[in-house]
Design a protein around this ligand. Sequence first.
Ligand code: MGD
Ligand code: MGD
Ligand code: MO
Length: 777
Amino acid sequence: MKKITASHWGIGIATVQDGKVTKVQGHPNDPASSQINANIADSLHGAARVLRPAIRKSWLEGRANAVPRGRDSFVEVNWDHALDLVAKELTRVRQTHGNRAIFAGSYGWSSAGRFHHAQSQLKRFLNTQGGFVRSEGNYSYNAALGLMPHIVGPYRTHVAQATRWSVIAQNTDLVVMFGGMAERNTQVSDGGVARHRMSDNLQACANAGVKFVNISPLRSDAADVLDAEWMPARPGTDTALMMGLAYTLFADGLHDQAFLDRYTVGFDHARDYLLGVQDGQAKDADWAAAICGVDANKIRSLARQMAEQRTMISVAAGVQRSDYGEQPLWMAVTLAAMLGQIGLPGGGYVIGYGVNANIGNIERPFRWGTMSQGANPVEDFIPVAMISEMLLNPCGSYQYQGQSRTFPDTRMVWWAGGNPFHHHQDLNKLHAAFQRPETVIVNEVNWTATARHADIVLPVAMAQERMDFGAGKSDNALVPMPQLVVPAGEARIEYDIYTGLAARLGNVEHFTDGKSAGDWLEEIWEVTRQRAADAEVTLPEWHSFIAGDVIDVPDPSPNQVFLAEFRSDPEAHSLPTPSGRIELYSDVIAGFRLDDCKGHAAWFPPRDVAAGKLAHYPLALLSGQPKTRLHSQLDNGAYSLSHKINGREPVLINPGDAAARGIQSGDVVELFNDRGRCLAGARVSDEVSAGCLFLWTGAWYDPDFDAEQARDRHGNPNVLTHDQRTSSLTQSPAAHSALVEIRKYDGPVPTITVHAQPRFQSADDLDKVPEMRAKKT
Ligand SMILES: Nc1nc2c(c(=O)[nH]1)N[C@H]1C(S)=C(S)[C@@H](COP(=O)(O)OP(=O)(O)OC[C@H]3O[C@@H](n4cnc5c(=O)[nH]c(N)nc54)[C@H](O)[C@@H]3O)O[C@H]1N2
Ligand SMILES: Nc1nc2c(c(=O)[nH]1)N[C@H]1C(S)=C(S)[C@@H](COP(=O)(O)OP(=O)(O)OC[C@H]3O[C@@H](n4cnc5c(=O)[nH]c(N)nc54)[C@H](O)[C@@H]3O)O[C@H]1N2
Ligand SMILES: [Mo]
């Protein structure tokens, strides 16, 4: 039997046999379906599923710190026991410390589906129980979220307005890509993507003769079809390179003064900085070349080409996921403003092309229905990437958006639908931070490292084990997601878990509104249908939709040009900035008087470099998104495993760097710095520039606590990254700025343990636990 399913990476057609999904293929109407589908079957029925509720042994024994979280064994219990424990613990924490002691930011992508969205379910439940401390922002483009409103406008709105690729194919001569445009990342879109259009759109650009320059440590960040000129710069030096370009424009009189006068404020500050009026340092092409490693003549020549032609400046989100990540964004806007092409078809800048399948390709014509999360009585939040800082510094102070704020005193952490031991930086620090709370609850489908750091693990159903519908946040399709198989073991849908908890806590109606999961689905669909009708789109009723195929709805703005209206009339369509114009100098940010973000774009060397660490750790570690999976999801699936080397995640190393260390393709290698170490599998390739290593994110963290620095056996780059964040303006993650060294690993290659079940206590041992003796029947 074949049935439809949906994931963030696209629609799948699943073959279901004897109650199991045996294969998932792409939808026939998808021009470039994702191979990530090939991970689903093995992981869904895999050895790492959480099958029953489980409690950490020391916590259950009332000796919570006897064995650290992450190293302890677990005791499986029945659902009644687990839900009683959670209800009791939630009540205790609320009564003793108040709801501000509960952190449930719960950042993460979880899986597609409008209703069974893990974070929304958890938040709705906790909002009915007095609330929780949330997190603000994301790991994807947080510096943009925090900076752009000051200088041009809200980032999410703006990225949805990105100039379309069809417009670029028709109008653009030159696309200069800082951080490239990794096609592998356009497999994915938040909430789903029905048709993968990027390959066709890039092909159209190539056919039209658009020239591409790829400024990135990875040659493959530009699709082969583009035949891009590869101009690798040292990681973290894009701001300096852009300044060299900007200086050249100014020195040659190629900047558009009329545009600057009419549409921007503060160019004089940016110009003085470029000229070195205050610090005596001209930021010219020679200065830039010494920092970024690109030849000064190439920089000058590129600047002139950009001024002579219709040029689109593109900045990949990854570029801002680095030290002082606000600066390349601000400098890209400054450079684009100097070129004066902002708002023209195919000119100007876009930040975030390639960050998902749909940016510049498609948008949704109306908003989909959703289940209300209710209101959170707790107002407090933390910037998302301050999780370790918050746990390690209860009541400590920190800077954010010009404010001095105070961390809550967290006693309980609840995570549903995210994997912080995948996504956060400096995992040894996070491991220490996770020892601090009194209780950690994790809802998971698999025994990830995050589940292994919990006290209470609640097993949840995967997308194929529940009924839902898919609709991407920026996609123009609606996808039925019928239930394909029954949940593994005793796993439950999260709605039923919270219903059970709310019943124990005496306010079940508050959570359910008297509805079952099925009732909610029909209601959310009806809202979607109504909004469609308002947009003159007719959708079928629920029962025929869920039994049918994907439904495409129209693209609302196929020819959109970013900031075209502002350009046509900057008064009538002023920007939502303090001046209404593009702020190349921001009085607001200057007024914050921050050491790490001035009132205009400025150059700051990456922190590890500035600290002199190159002497010991000469290689820059990049850790972008993996081609073979979504983050850490389904890492134990066939496609993900097929790319591993001797069971480890592949790390790309340039032939020169490999030869200098006696490393060959296929070797198990050890990457290390003063924060941590991990094993990986070497892939020697001139696809990565000299001086750089590229290790994909998402191999499940598998620490060997008996080894030096709790070496990770598997190849998770976040044991090596730092947790210092971009700047005190936005406190964004800065994973791409880490220096490391690598060597061939000669020791015995350890077995990967994290793809199997954790250690459970045997029944004999259980009897020694008084609580368990009482519960055993
Ligand atoms: N070094 C480095 N680190 C990075 C990045 C980088 O570039 N470099 N990129 C960052 C970025 S951009 C992001 S977005 C983050 C991603 O970080 P995350 O979003 O945390 O990563 P995922 O692997 O998607 O985690 C989702 C988890 O939810 C679980 N899950 C799936 N469905 C459900 C469900 O229905 N219910 C529940 N309860 N759980 C479910 C999955 O098993 C998985 O463990 O990583 C960041 N980390
Ligand atoms: N297959 C797949 N696709 C995905 C995801 C996934 O997990 N798997 N995750 C999705 C998510 S949540 C996000 S946020 C997006 C991320 O999308 P991006 O942020 O665009 O992706 P990254 O891979 O982090 O970074 C892109 C490239 O930037 C380059 N880079 C890094 N640092 C620098 C630098 O300092 N200078 C320059 N010039 N280049 C640099 C790296 O070579 C890297 O390949 O991808 C999405 N798409
Ligand atoms: Mo992301």
